[in-house]
Design a protein around this ligand. Structure first.
Ligand code: ASP
Ligand code: MG
Length: 457
């Protein structure tokens, strides 16, 4: 079969719809309308229906109380059955759906005896396997030439269950081979979040990973646009739940948006922009509930590069301070510290140093959302070297903008607004796009509100 050319004269859109955009029949219909309104939308990746992955994670962790397990299973089947009931031709997909329900039931019983990361990924992948049957059928019933495609045939990852690493070169090869030929006559509906390792095991890219999946697929097929449809109309100058003064951002650069995604703006999975940047694919973020409201365009070059763009907030920070008098005018101390951290696979986020101490925050790799911790064994090893102090109850505030580190007077402006607050660890100057600092959790929201007022209103 011949490959379709995908040059800029031939637009190809990959659209991703998150859990709330496929939560029920009405939401699926709204999203399906967005797909068929634009004839260039040829690949649609969706999440599990809202709430389903949480239920599956709970089941995968092992629920031994049979009544409680039954309740979870019931809630899960109800969500999908309700959508099924509203289809014009439910029988087309009901057998496939019921077979998946059976798989979930038996895997949940197995997990109650012995859970494992491998079984967890197999079980949680069912959310996306289910939602894609339903969403595809809705498109078909709207007379679209849609077909459901198993993304695991393309989304090759390593075997790190729970947070598998995608392999872009293989994904490109497989997509050119299996996915592109389908686009000649079809809209392809497929799963975000899930993949497969070289042994054929189902893997997942980590919670919220559908955005990342969509970006990887967009990269693999040389898409001209990636659309991320969610329940808010794009990115804002800060979380509108913190201050009503938050304003929508119409256009933002890759660098600024990456900083925002990394530093807690929950709208995009932090890895999403990596493939988009590699391939320079413009990304649109909008609301499937109100598509007419527009959204945010994320691109390489944008018309405006304001000094201050946005404020992001990330809670649950752990600050580790390592103090050693031996560090004074010595060498090799930091190397030894990082060797120990690397040995325990601890990823460091922010870092500042003084003559005798180094302070660092730990990356949030835990999908449970709690504060990251330093394993006891790591503390013991570090204790041989230095004193270890650990502080929690902190939040990280990130100010995102442009040329902040070489703009005269900007530090005075920023810190002047924060006179009333106690600031811990400040990182300034390493990136022209961000300045971040830690504050007490209790102060975080008023710090954001105050800074927003002073710098962004
Ligand atoms: N369904 C998965 C989750 O809830 C992936 C996603 O929605 O992006 O984490
Ligand atoms: Mg999401």
């Amino acid at each position: 079969m011949s490959m379709i050319p995908t040059t800029t004269t031939n637009p190809l859109i990959v659209a991703k719809f998150g859990g709330t955009s496929v939560a029920d029949y009405a939401a699926m219909c709204r999203s399906a309308n967005i797909v068929i309104t634009n004839p260039h939308t040829k690949i649609v990746l969706i999440s599990a229906c809202s709430g389903v992955t949480n239920l599956l994670v709970a089941l995968a962790n092992g629920i031994s109380d049979i009544t409680l397990r039954q309740q979870h299973l019931q809630q899960l089947t109800d969500t999908h059955q309700q959508i099924l009931n509203q289809l014009q031709h439910p029988h087309t997909v009901s057998d496939a759906i019921y077979a998946l329900f059976d798989d979930i039931t038996s895997a949940s019983a197995q997990a109650a005896i012995a859970s494992s990361p491998q079984l967890t990924d197999k079980l949680v992948s069912h959310g996306e396997l289910l939602s894609t049957y339903l969403f595809n059928q809705i498109l078909v019933e709207m007379n679209a030439a849609a077909i459901r495609f198993d993304i695991r045939d393309v989304m090759r990852t390593d075997t790190q269950f729970g947070k598998a690493i995608p392999q872009p070169d293989l994904i490109r090869q497989l997509a050119q081979q299996h996915l592109l030929p389908q686009l000649v006559s079809h809209i392809v509906v497929s799963q975000g979040f899930i993949g497969r390792d070289s042994q054929g095991n189902t893997t997942t890219l980590g919670r919220g990973g559908s955005d990342y999946s969509a970006a990887l697929i967009a990269e693999a097929v040389d898409a001209t646009t990636l659309e991320i449809w969610t329940d808010v109309p794009g990115m804002y100058t800060t979380d509108p739940r913190i201050t009503a003064a938050a304003k929508p951002i119409k256009e933002i650069s890759f660098s600024e948006a990456s900083e925002m995604a990394n530093f807690g703006a929950k709208i995009l999975h932090p890895s999403t922009l990596v493939p988009a940047v590699r391939q320079q694919i413009p990304v649109f973020v909008g609301s499937s509930i109100a598509p007419q409201q527009g959204g945010t365009w994320i691109r390489k070059t944008v018309e405006q590069a304001p000094l201050f763009r946005a404020l992001a907030l990330r809670g649950n920070q752990t600050l580790v301070t390592l103090t050693s008098l031996n560090m004074f005018q010595a060498y090799g101390f930091l190397a030894e510290v990082f060797r120990i951290l690397a040995e325990h696979k601890i990823s460091v986020d922010l870092i500042t140093t003084s003559e005798v101490s180094v302070s660092l925050t730990l990356d949030q790799t835990d999908t449970g959302g709690g504060a990251p911790t330093l394993p006891l064994a790591a503390v013991e090893q570090l204790n041989q070297l230095c004193r270890v102090d650990i502080e929690q109850g902190l939040s990280l505030v990130a100010l995102i903008g442009n040329h902040m580190s070489d703009s005269k007077g900007s530090a005075k402006h920023i810190f002047g607004a924060l006179d009333a607050y106690n600031l811990r660890l400040i990182c300034y100057g390493a990136s022209p796009h961000n300045l971040c600092f830690l504050v007490n959790e209790a102060d975080a929201k008023s710090v954001i509100t105050t800074l927003h007022q002073q710098l962004l209103e």
